[in-house]
Unconditional design. Structure first.
Length: 483
Protein backbone atom coordinates (compact mmCIF):
# COMPACT_ATOMS: atom_id res chain seq x y z
CA UNK A 1 0.00 0.00 0.00
CA UNK A 2 1.58 3.35 -1.04
CA UNK A 3 2.39 5.92 1.64
CA UNK A 4 1.18 9.52 1.62
CA UNK A 5 3.63 12.01 0.08
CA UNK A 6 6.47 13.10 2.36
CA UNK A 7 6.27 16.82 3.27
CA UNK A 8 9.01 19.19 2.16
CA UNK A 9 11.82 19.85 4.64
CA UNK A 10 10.78 23.45 5.32
CA UNK A 11 7.37 22.32 6.50
CA UNK A 12 8.52 19.52 8.78
CA UNK A 13 7.16 21.03 11.98
CA UNK A 14 3.83 21.77 10.34
CA UNK A 15 3.60 18.20 9.08
CA UNK A 16 4.39 16.80 12.54
CA UNK A 17 1.83 19.15 14.10
CA UNK A 18 -0.79 17.77 11.73
CA UNK A 19 -0.05 14.28 13.08
CA UNK A 20 0.18 14.89 16.83
CA UNK A 21 -1.85 18.09 17.29
CA UNK A 22 -0.93 21.00 19.53
CA UNK A 23 -0.85 18.78 22.63
CA UNK A 24 1.76 16.58 21.04
CA UNK A 25 4.19 19.30 19.99
CA UNK A 26 6.40 21.44 22.22
CA UNK A 27 8.38 24.20 20.51
CA UNK A 28 8.62 26.74 23.32
CA UNK A 29 12.13 26.67 24.80
CA UNK A 30 10.92 27.02 28.37
CA UNK A 31 8.44 24.17 28.07
CA UNK A 32 10.97 21.97 26.27
CA UNK A 33 13.76 22.48 28.81
CA UNK A 34 12.77 19.62 31.12
CA UNK A 35 13.02 17.18 28.23
CA UNK A 36 16.38 18.46 27.01
CA UNK A 37 18.42 18.07 30.21
CA UNK A 38 19.00 14.68 31.77
CA UNK A 39 18.27 13.70 35.39
CA UNK A 40 21.86 14.32 36.52
CA UNK A 41 21.96 17.80 34.97
CA UNK A 42 25.21 16.93 33.18
CA UNK A 43 23.81 16.51 29.67
CA UNK A 44 21.83 19.14 27.80
CA UNK A 45 20.84 19.10 24.15
CA UNK A 46 18.94 21.06 21.54
CA UNK A 47 15.96 20.09 19.42
CA UNK A 48 13.77 21.86 16.88
CA UNK A 49 10.81 20.43 18.80
CA UNK A 50 9.77 18.00 21.48
CA UNK A 51 7.28 15.64 19.84
CA UNK A 52 4.84 13.65 22.01
CA UNK A 53 2.99 11.07 19.90
CA UNK A 54 -0.01 9.23 21.32
CA UNK A 55 0.20 6.00 19.31
CA UNK A 56 2.51 3.70 17.38
CA UNK A 57 0.91 4.93 14.16
CA UNK A 58 1.85 8.50 15.02
CA UNK A 59 5.43 7.44 15.83
CA UNK A 60 5.65 5.71 12.46
CA UNK A 61 4.43 8.78 10.58
CA UNK A 62 6.83 11.05 12.48
CA UNK A 63 9.81 8.82 11.78
CA UNK A 64 8.95 8.75 8.06
CA UNK A 65 8.92 12.54 7.98
CA UNK A 66 12.23 12.78 9.81
CA UNK A 67 13.84 10.13 7.59
CA UNK A 68 12.80 12.01 4.47
CA UNK A 69 14.16 15.29 5.77
CA UNK A 70 17.38 14.14 7.43
CA UNK A 71 16.22 14.98 10.94
CA UNK A 72 17.69 12.98 13.79
CA UNK A 73 15.47 11.43 16.47
CA UNK A 74 16.31 11.03 20.14
CA UNK A 75 13.69 8.81 21.85
CA UNK A 76 12.98 9.42 25.52
CA UNK A 77 11.01 7.62 28.22
CA UNK A 78 10.90 9.03 31.74
CA UNK A 79 14.21 10.91 31.36
CA UNK A 80 15.67 9.17 34.42
CA UNK A 81 18.85 7.90 32.76
CA UNK A 82 22.29 8.95 33.93
CA UNK A 83 24.44 8.19 30.86
CA UNK A 84 23.21 10.93 28.53
CA UNK A 85 21.44 8.47 26.26
CA UNK A 86 18.10 10.30 26.03
CA UNK A 87 19.42 13.82 25.37
CA UNK A 88 19.98 15.09 21.79
CA UNK A 89 23.62 15.34 20.80
CA UNK A 90 25.39 16.77 17.76
CA UNK A 91 24.99 19.70 15.38
CA UNK A 92 22.40 18.25 13.03
CA UNK A 93 18.69 19.06 13.46
CA UNK A 94 16.98 16.84 16.06
CA UNK A 95 13.58 16.16 17.45
CA UNK A 96 13.19 14.85 20.97
CA UNK A 97 10.63 12.05 20.68
CA UNK A 98 8.99 11.66 24.09
CA UNK A 99 6.81 8.59 24.63
CA UNK A 100 5.19 10.10 27.73
CA UNK A 101 1.69 10.20 26.20
CA UNK A 102 1.75 6.51 25.26
CA UNK A 103 0.56 5.16 28.62
CA UNK A 104 -1.97 2.48 27.79
CA UNK A 105 -1.90 -0.90 29.51
CA UNK A 106 -3.24 -2.76 26.50
CA UNK A 107 -3.84 -6.14 28.09
CA UNK A 108 -3.18 -8.13 31.25
CA UNK A 109 -3.30 -11.89 30.75
CA UNK A 110 -3.76 -13.18 34.29
CA UNK A 111 -3.72 -16.82 33.26
CA UNK A 112 -0.65 -16.49 31.05
CA UNK A 113 0.92 -14.01 33.49
CA UNK A 114 1.86 -11.40 30.94
CA UNK A 115 1.04 -7.74 30.35
CA UNK A 116 1.17 -5.84 27.08
CA UNK A 117 1.84 -2.15 27.58
CA UNK A 118 2.72 1.01 25.70
CA UNK A 119 6.32 2.15 26.01
CA UNK A 120 5.36 5.23 28.02
CA UNK A 121 3.73 3.31 30.86
CA UNK A 122 5.47 4.24 34.11
CA UNK A 123 6.97 1.21 35.87
CA UNK A 124 5.15 1.83 39.15
CA UNK A 125 1.85 2.36 37.32
CA UNK A 126 2.09 -1.14 35.85
CA UNK A 127 3.03 -2.60 39.22
CA UNK A 128 0.05 -0.96 40.92
CA UNK A 129 -2.34 -1.94 38.13
CA UNK A 130 -1.65 -5.66 38.54
CA UNK A 131 -1.39 -5.74 42.34
CA UNK A 132 -5.09 -6.54 42.87
CA UNK A 133 -4.67 -9.57 40.60
CA UNK A 134 -2.02 -10.97 42.93
CA UNK A 135 0.74 -10.37 40.39
CA UNK A 136 4.00 -8.44 40.27
CA UNK A 137 6.30 -7.09 37.60
CA UNK A 138 9.56 -7.46 39.52
CA UNK A 139 11.80 -4.79 37.97
CA UNK A 140 12.69 -2.68 41.01
CA UNK A 141 14.75 0.46 41.58
CA UNK A 142 14.41 3.94 43.01
CA UNK A 143 13.20 5.63 39.80
CA UNK A 144 10.18 3.35 39.38
CA UNK A 145 7.77 6.22 40.00
CA UNK A 146 8.93 8.06 36.87
CA UNK A 147 10.87 5.71 34.59
CA UNK A 148 8.98 4.00 31.77
CA UNK A 149 8.81 0.47 30.41
CA UNK A 150 10.19 1.59 27.03
CA UNK A 151 13.15 3.31 28.65
CA UNK A 152 13.76 0.30 30.89
CA UNK A 153 13.93 -1.93 27.83
CA UNK A 154 15.99 0.48 25.74
CA UNK A 155 18.68 0.48 28.44
CA UNK A 156 18.14 -3.12 29.57
CA UNK A 157 17.63 -1.84 33.12
CA UNK A 158 18.47 -3.94 36.14
CA UNK A 159 17.86 -3.07 39.77
CA UNK A 160 17.76 -4.92 43.06
CA UNK A 161 15.78 -8.00 41.96
CA UNK A 162 17.97 -9.09 39.04
CA UNK A 163 19.42 -11.79 41.29
CA UNK A 164 16.12 -13.67 41.17
CA UNK A 165 14.19 -12.45 38.14
CA UNK A 166 16.79 -11.17 35.68
CA UNK A 167 17.06 -7.75 34.07
CA UNK A 168 14.64 -6.05 31.68
CA UNK A 169 15.64 -8.24 28.74
CA UNK A 170 14.83 -11.40 30.68
CA UNK A 171 11.38 -10.02 31.55
CA UNK A 172 10.44 -9.09 27.96
CA UNK A 173 8.81 -11.72 25.73
CA UNK A 174 7.41 -9.52 22.99
CA UNK A 175 8.19 -6.15 21.44
CA UNK A 176 6.82 -3.58 19.02
CA UNK A 177 9.08 -0.96 17.48
CA UNK A 178 9.22 1.62 14.74
CA UNK A 179 12.34 1.25 12.63
CA UNK A 180 14.38 4.01 11.01
CA UNK A 181 12.32 4.01 7.79
CA UNK A 182 9.03 4.30 9.68
CA UNK A 183 8.10 0.64 9.29
CA UNK A 184 6.61 -1.14 12.30
CA UNK A 185 7.86 -4.50 13.52
CA UNK A 186 5.53 -6.07 16.04
CA UNK A 187 5.35 -9.35 17.88
CA UNK A 188 3.40 -9.02 21.09
CA UNK A 189 1.99 -12.54 21.20
CA UNK A 190 3.84 -13.41 24.40
CA UNK A 191 5.13 -16.76 23.16
CA UNK A 192 7.73 -18.32 25.42
CA UNK A 193 9.19 -20.19 22.46
CA UNK A 194 9.40 -18.75 18.95
CA UNK A 195 12.58 -19.83 17.21
CA UNK A 196 11.97 -18.25 13.79
CA UNK A 197 15.15 -16.49 12.79
CA UNK A 198 16.93 -13.46 14.17
CA UNK A 199 15.52 -12.21 17.46
CA UNK A 200 14.80 -8.53 16.87
CA UNK A 201 13.47 -8.25 20.42
CA UNK A 202 16.82 -9.01 21.98
CA UNK A 203 18.55 -6.74 19.48
CA UNK A 204 16.30 -3.78 20.28
CA UNK A 205 16.42 -4.29 24.05
CA UNK A 206 19.54 -2.50 25.25
CA UNK A 207 20.09 -0.62 21.97
CA UNK A 208 19.22 2.75 23.57
CA UNK A 209 17.06 3.87 20.66
CA UNK A 210 19.90 3.64 18.12
CA UNK A 211 18.14 1.00 15.98
CA UNK A 212 14.47 1.89 16.41
CA UNK A 213 11.88 3.29 18.78
CA UNK A 214 10.32 0.76 21.14
CA UNK A 215 6.60 1.56 21.27
CA UNK A 216 5.15 -1.39 23.20
CA UNK A 217 6.17 -4.61 24.90
CA UNK A 218 4.78 -7.79 26.37
CA UNK A 219 6.39 -8.50 29.72
CA UNK A 220 6.39 -11.42 32.15
CA UNK A 221 4.47 -11.23 35.42
CA UNK A 222 4.93 -13.31 38.55
CA UNK A 223 2.79 -14.29 41.53
CA UNK A 224 2.98 -11.76 44.34
CA UNK A 225 4.83 -12.94 47.45
CA UNK A 226 2.68 -13.91 50.42
CA UNK A 227 5.67 -14.00 52.75
CA UNK A 228 8.62 -11.59 52.88
CA UNK A 229 11.61 -11.63 55.22
CA UNK A 230 13.89 -8.59 55.26
CA UNK A 231 17.04 -7.91 57.27
CA UNK A 232 20.10 -5.71 57.43
CA UNK A 233 23.25 -7.72 58.08
CA UNK A 234 26.72 -6.82 59.24
CA UNK A 235 29.19 -9.34 57.85
CA UNK A 236 32.65 -10.29 59.10
CA UNK A 237 34.07 -9.03 55.80
CA UNK A 238 33.28 -8.99 52.12
CA UNK A 239 34.82 -12.43 51.61
CA UNK A 240 32.00 -13.82 53.77
CA UNK A 241 29.32 -12.36 51.48
CA UNK A 242 29.19 -15.16 48.90
CA UNK A 243 29.14 -17.82 51.60
CA UNK A 244 26.22 -16.04 53.29
CA UNK A 245 24.36 -15.54 50.01
CA UNK A 246 24.76 -19.14 48.90
CA UNK A 247 23.74 -20.49 52.30
CA UNK A 248 20.58 -18.37 52.28
CA UNK A 249 19.80 -19.49 48.73
CA UNK A 250 20.23 -23.12 49.73
CA UNK A 251 18.00 -23.02 52.82
CA UNK A 252 15.27 -20.96 51.12
CA UNK A 253 15.19 -22.85 47.84
CA UNK A 254 16.55 -19.94 45.80
CA UNK A 255 14.15 -17.32 47.16
CA UNK A 256 16.67 -14.52 47.79
CA UNK A 257 15.40 -11.48 45.90
CA UNK A 258 17.88 -8.83 47.04
CA UNK A 259 21.41 -8.90 48.42
CA UNK A 260 22.52 -5.27 48.42
CA UNK A 261 25.96 -4.16 49.60
CA UNK A 262 26.04 -0.92 51.62
CA UNK A 263 29.37 -0.39 53.42
CA UNK A 264 29.94 1.91 56.40
CA UNK A 265 30.71 5.18 54.51
CA UNK A 266 27.54 4.79 52.44
CA UNK A 267 25.43 4.06 55.53
CA UNK A 268 26.87 7.13 57.24
CA UNK A 269 26.01 9.33 54.25
CA UNK A 270 22.49 7.87 54.05
CA UNK A 271 21.79 8.35 57.76
CA UNK A 272 23.08 11.91 57.65
CA UNK A 273 20.91 12.69 54.62
CA UNK A 274 17.74 11.02 55.95
CA UNK A 275 18.33 12.07 59.59
CA UNK A 276 17.94 8.53 60.87
CA UNK A 277 19.85 6.06 63.02
CA UNK A 278 22.01 3.33 61.48
CA UNK A 279 20.25 -0.04 61.27
CA UNK A 280 22.82 -1.78 63.51
CA UNK A 281 24.61 -0.37 66.56
CA UNK A 282 28.20 -1.06 65.56
CA UNK A 283 28.90 0.47 62.10
CA UNK A 284 28.66 -2.24 59.49
CA UNK A 285 31.91 -2.18 57.52
CA UNK A 286 30.27 -4.75 55.24
CA UNK A 287 26.54 -4.07 55.37
CA UNK A 288 24.01 -6.11 53.42
CA UNK A 289 20.32 -5.42 52.81
CA UNK A 290 18.77 -8.87 52.44
CA UNK A 291 15.30 -9.79 51.29
CA UNK A 292 13.77 -13.23 50.78
CA UNK A 293 10.25 -13.62 49.40
CA UNK A 294 7.94 -16.52 48.64
CA UNK A 295 4.58 -17.00 46.95
CA UNK A 296 4.09 -20.41 48.59
CA UNK A 297 1.20 -20.29 51.08
CA UNK A 298 3.04 -22.60 53.47
CA UNK A 299 5.82 -20.04 53.88
CA UNK A 300 3.31 -17.52 55.25
CA UNK A 301 1.98 -19.81 58.01
CA UNK A 302 2.79 -18.30 61.44
CA UNK A 303 4.14 -20.27 64.38
CA UNK A 304 2.99 -19.84 67.98
CA UNK A 305 4.99 -16.60 68.29
CA UNK A 306 3.44 -15.17 65.12
CA UNK A 307 6.60 -15.60 63.04
CA UNK A 308 6.02 -16.71 59.45
CA UNK A 309 7.66 -19.92 58.28
CA UNK A 310 9.85 -17.99 55.83
CA UNK A 311 11.03 -15.63 58.55
CA UNK A 312 11.85 -18.65 60.72
CA UNK A 313 13.91 -20.16 57.90
CA UNK A 314 15.87 -16.92 57.54
CA UNK A 315 16.34 -16.53 61.29
CA UNK A 316 17.65 -20.08 61.72
CA UNK A 317 20.12 -19.58 58.88
CA UNK A 318 21.33 -16.27 60.30
CA UNK A 319 21.79 -17.77 63.77
CA UNK A 320 24.00 -20.49 62.28
CA UNK A 321 25.97 -17.93 60.29
CA UNK A 322 26.48 -15.87 63.44
CA UNK A 323 27.78 -18.90 65.28
CA UNK A 324 30.30 -19.36 62.48
CA UNK A 325 31.33 -15.70 62.75
CA UNK A 326 30.30 -14.85 59.19
CA UNK A 327 27.45 -12.57 60.29
CA UNK A 328 28.33 -10.32 63.23
CA UNK A 329 25.06 -8.43 63.70
CA UNK A 330 21.58 -8.31 62.17
CA UNK A 331 18.42 -6.25 62.26
CA UNK A 332 15.41 -8.28 61.15
CA UNK A 333 12.47 -6.15 60.02
CA UNK A 334 9.59 -6.85 62.39
CA UNK A 335 7.02 -4.73 60.56
CA UNK A 336 6.23 -3.47 57.07
CA UNK A 337 7.24 0.03 58.18
CA UNK A 338 10.66 -1.21 59.28
CA UNK A 339 11.05 -2.99 55.95
CA UNK A 340 10.11 0.18 54.07
CA UNK A 341 12.62 2.18 56.12
CA UNK A 342 15.40 -0.20 55.12
CA UNK A 343 14.45 0.07 51.46
CA UNK A 344 14.19 3.85 51.74
CA UNK A 345 17.84 3.83 52.77
CA UNK A 346 18.81 1.81 49.71
CA UNK A 347 16.73 3.78 47.25
CA UNK A 348 18.06 7.15 48.42
CA UNK A 349 21.57 6.29 47.28
CA UNK A 350 21.40 7.79 43.78
CA UNK A 351 20.02 11.06 45.07
CA UNK A 352 22.71 11.26 47.76
CA UNK A 353 25.59 10.51 45.41
CA UNK A 354 24.60 12.87 42.61
CA UNK A 355 23.84 15.70 45.02
CA UNK A 356 27.57 15.95 45.76
CA UNK A 357 29.56 18.66 44.03
CA UNK A 358 32.42 16.48 42.79
CA UNK A 359 31.48 12.90 42.03
CA UNK A 360 32.07 10.15 39.52
CA UNK A 361 30.19 6.86 39.66
CA UNK A 362 31.16 3.69 37.85
CA UNK A 363 28.49 1.18 36.80
CA UNK A 364 30.63 -1.93 36.64
CA UNK A 365 30.08 -5.69 36.72
CA UNK A 366 32.53 -8.24 38.05
CA UNK A 367 32.59 -12.01 38.50
CA UNK A 368 31.18 -12.51 42.00
CA UNK A 369 34.36 -14.06 43.36
CA UNK A 370 36.44 -11.03 42.29
CA UNK A 371 34.35 -8.37 44.05
CA UNK A 372 36.25 -8.57 47.38
CA UNK A 373 39.61 -8.28 45.61
CA UNK A 374 38.41 -5.28 43.62
CA UNK A 375 37.18 -3.45 46.73
CA UNK A 376 40.31 -4.37 48.70
CA UNK A 377 42.59 -2.71 46.13
CA UNK A 378 40.38 0.13 44.88
CA UNK A 379 39.20 1.63 48.17
CA UNK A 380 42.74 2.39 49.44
CA UNK A 381 43.68 3.73 46.00
CA UNK A 382 40.74 6.15 46.04
CA UNK A 383 41.59 7.19 49.61
CA UNK A 384 45.24 7.78 48.66
CA UNK A 385 44.05 10.25 46.03
CA UNK A 386 42.24 12.17 48.77
CA UNK A 387 38.79 11.03 47.68
CA UNK A 388 35.97 9.22 49.49
CA UNK A 389 34.46 5.96 48.23
CA UNK A 390 30.65 5.95 48.37
CA UNK A 391 29.65 2.56 47.08
CA UNK A 392 26.60 0.40 46.77
CA UNK A 393 26.22 -2.85 44.89
CA UNK A 394 23.72 -5.39 43.69
CA UNK A 395 26.12 -7.88 45.18
CA UNK A 396 24.14 -10.95 44.21
CA UNK A 397 24.73 -10.27 40.50
CA UNK A 398 28.15 -8.60 40.73
CA UNK A 399 27.01 -5.09 39.75
CA UNK A 400 28.86 -2.33 41.63
CA UNK A 401 27.90 1.33 41.60
CA UNK A 402 31.35 2.41 42.67
CA UNK A 403 31.48 6.14 43.35
CA UNK A 404 34.36 8.41 44.27
CA UNK A 405 33.78 11.91 45.54
CA UNK A 406 35.53 14.84 47.19
CA UNK A 407 34.61 18.17 48.76
CA UNK A 408 38.12 19.41 48.03
CA UNK A 409 37.93 21.26 44.71
CA UNK A 410 41.71 21.60 44.57
CA UNK A 411 42.20 17.83 44.78
CA UNK A 412 39.40 17.07 42.29
CA UNK A 413 41.42 17.84 39.18
CA UNK A 414 40.80 16.43 35.73
CA UNK A 415 44.20 14.72 35.75
CA UNK A 416 43.69 13.08 39.14
CA UNK A 417 40.16 11.89 38.33
CA UNK A 418 40.97 10.64 34.83
CA UNK A 419 44.06 8.79 36.04
CA UNK A 420 42.09 7.06 38.75
CA UNK A 421 39.25 6.20 36.35
CA UNK A 422 41.71 4.59 33.97
CA UNK A 423 43.38 2.52 36.68
CA UNK A 424 40.06 1.32 38.05
CA UNK A 425 38.72 0.40 34.62
CA UNK A 426 41.93 -1.44 33.76
CA UNK A 427 41.44 -3.43 36.97
CA UNK A 428 37.87 -4.22 35.96
CA UNK A 429 39.11 -5.45 32.58
CA UNK A 430 41.87 -7.55 34.13
CA UNK A 431 39.36 -9.16 36.48
CA UNK A 432 37.09 -10.16 33.60
CA UNK A 433 34.45 -7.51 34.30
CA UNK A 434 32.49 -4.92 32.33
CA UNK A 435 32.54 -1.13 32.49
CA UNK A 436 28.77 -0.95 31.91
CA UNK A 437 26.33 -3.13 33.83
CA UNK A 438 22.86 -1.59 33.83
CA UNK A 439 22.88 2.17 33.12
CA UNK A 440 23.68 1.96 29.42
CA UNK A 441 26.41 3.55 27.31
CA UNK A 442 24.67 6.72 26.11
CA UNK A 443 27.24 9.45 25.67
CA UNK A 444 29.09 8.95 28.92
CA UNK A 445 30.87 5.70 28.08
CA UNK A 446 31.72 6.08 24.38
CA UNK A 447 35.42 6.47 25.21
CA UNK A 448 35.26 3.27 27.24
CA UNK A 449 33.73 1.48 24.27
CA UNK A 450 36.67 2.55 22.12
CA UNK A 451 39.21 1.56 24.76
CA UNK A 452 37.81 -1.69 26.13
CA UNK A 453 35.90 -3.26 23.26
CA UNK A 454 37.76 -4.87 20.36
CA UNK A 455 37.77 -3.27 16.93
CA UNK A 456 36.10 -6.40 15.56
CA UNK A 457 33.22 -6.19 18.02
CA UNK A 458 32.69 -2.47 17.37
CA UNK A 459 32.78 -3.06 13.63
CA UNK A 460 30.08 -5.74 13.92
CA UNK A 461 27.90 -3.35 15.93
CA UNK A 462 28.45 -0.60 13.36
CA UNK A 463 27.41 -2.92 10.52
CA UNK A 464 24.17 -3.74 12.33
CA UNK A 465 23.54 -0.04 12.92
CA UNK A 466 24.26 0.82 9.29
CA UNK A 467 22.01 -1.93 7.99
CA UNK A 468 19.00 -0.92 10.10
CA UNK A 469 19.61 2.84 10.14
CA UNK A 470 21.68 3.73 7.04
CA UNK A 471 21.07 7.49 7.41
CA UNK A 472 22.02 7.42 11.11
CA UNK A 473 18.92 9.28 12.27
CA UNK A 474 18.16 7.08 15.29
CA UNK A 475 19.76 8.62 18.38
CA UNK A 476 23.07 9.42 16.68
CA UNK A 477 26.18 9.85 18.78
CA UNK A 478 25.10 7.31 21.39
CA UNK A 479 26.08 3.75 22.35
CA UNK A 480 28.36 2.98 19.38
CA UNK A 481 31.43 5.22 18.92
CA UNK A 482 31.99 6.66 15.47
CA UNK A 483 34.31 4.54 13.29
Amino acid sequence: MPHDPIPAADDTIGAIRAIVGERGLVTDAGDAARYLTDWTGRYTGEAIAVVRPASTEEVSAIVRICAANGIAITPQGGNTGIAGGATPHGNRPHILLSLDRMRSIRNVDKAGRTATVDAGVVLQTLQEAIADDGLIYPLMFGARGSCTIGGNLATNAGGSNVLRYGNARALCIGIEAVMADGSVVSDLSGLRKDNTGYDLRDLLVGSEGTLGVITAATVRLFPAPVAVATAFLSLRDLDAALVVLNRLQDVSGGLVEAFEYMPAPMIAAICDHLKMRPPVEVPAETGILLEIASSRPGDAVPDDSGMQTLQGIMLSALEALMEEGLVTDALIASSEQQRQDLWRMRESVGEIIFARRNVYMFDIALPLARVPDFIRVSDPEVAAAGFLSLNVAHLGDGNLHYAMTSDDDAAWTEGAVDGLKRRILERVREMGGSFSAEHGIGRSKLDFMRRYRTAERLAAMQRIKSALDPADIMNPGKTIPAP
